[in-house]
Design a protein around this ligand. Sequence first.
Ligand code: ATP
Ligand code: MG
Length: 411
Amino acid sequence: MRLSKSFIKTLRDAPKDETARNGALLTRAGYIHKEMAGVYDYLPLGLRVIENIKGIIRGELNALGCQEVLMSALQNPEPWEKTGRFSDAEVDIWFKTEVASGGLLGLAPTHEEPITEMLKSYISSYKDLPLYVYQFQTKFRNELRAKSGILRGREFLMKDLYSFHASEEDLDKFYAEVEGAYARIFDRLGLGADTFETFASGGIFSKYSHEYQTFLPVGEDTVYYNEDKSAVLNKEVYNDEVLSDLGVAGQKFSETTAAEVGNIFKLKFKYSEPLGLKFGDENNEQKTVYMGCYGIGVSRVMGVIAEKFADDKGLVWPETVAPYKYYLVAIGDDAAKLADELYAGHEEEVLYDDRDVRPGEKFADAELMGIPYRIVISGKTLEQSAVEIADRATGESKLVGIEEVKNLLTK
Ligand code: ATP
Ligand code: MG
């Protein structure tokens, strides 16, 4: 992208009501625009980060044999009434809207009921199982506290995966495969070192569920971890009974704050039973389908990465999610000629700052936007038939020969 052709502008100041660092930085750097508390637009740079996060998740899930769909955001209350979850007493974060012909529709806070209902049309026999279906979908929740930037939206993007099985063993097996995929996903997102599978309250069927918690000063959750971090527990299950249950009683635990970036649940019959999702087994006996569900907060992950790596100059994206890999700056006419040449054909990896502004301003914006590598071409570097490449994360820079740069780009 040529910055001169883009409507993106960095801002000197964040909006006054933006108290969260991720929200302030992402706004100043031109990634998001705030509509109102907990509601954000994703601008060209921000959308590219979201798409990169989705790409990593999609790759790992497709490798497990998961199939991607896109379900509706407007929801029929009927299946929710069958599970009792349409009532405000059960779920108080619903946005509901009136239909012209009378009655209410829900704006999707999650999709367990609709997907269970939908799959009644497609699952009838053991031959249809197992089945793994996921989506990237906008969720709406009337969150009381929407003051954490994109960490807690009233509208946000979630990846939700649902699995359907003929037996509990099969559910357990797939659950373990998802645990493996989640570890790879958070590694590839750059969060692997600080993200831990965490024991949390399980709800109805299993004793525990698992959350994926990224240790983060501004995280809203409190977790406890032992010395080698082999056991991490959400505060809600941190008690003597659970510690002995997990075989870690007597170990030293420390407290920290964390952000929940994902979670996985064995639902068993929680939704399939009330909604009547059944299959015929080998003897054509009707059995209830076993289910699991697995979430990742895609937009929250973006906020967590922003918070985690930012420094006093701005954002610092891991290469895997950065909107562009290179930020290109030319100083002088000869340099601009080479820059044009380098840019041609590499519009997807190079953000070309060809604006008519001072180099200092370009350098500051490159840092604020957090693009991993800044390429500067100037009279000085050209004298050595080279360009300067600076690493945003380490601050180190080096001269690289022009031919070598061409090779870097064409890769
Ligand atoms: P939390 O305890 O943070 O409210 P949750 O338990 O309500 O999360 P789920 O319903 O399981 O979350 O949603 C799956 C994932 O979606 C969460 O792990 C989290 O990463 C993300 N998420 C949940 N609520 C929000 C929100 N309001 N804004 C952004 N992401 C969210
Ligand atoms: Mg919640």
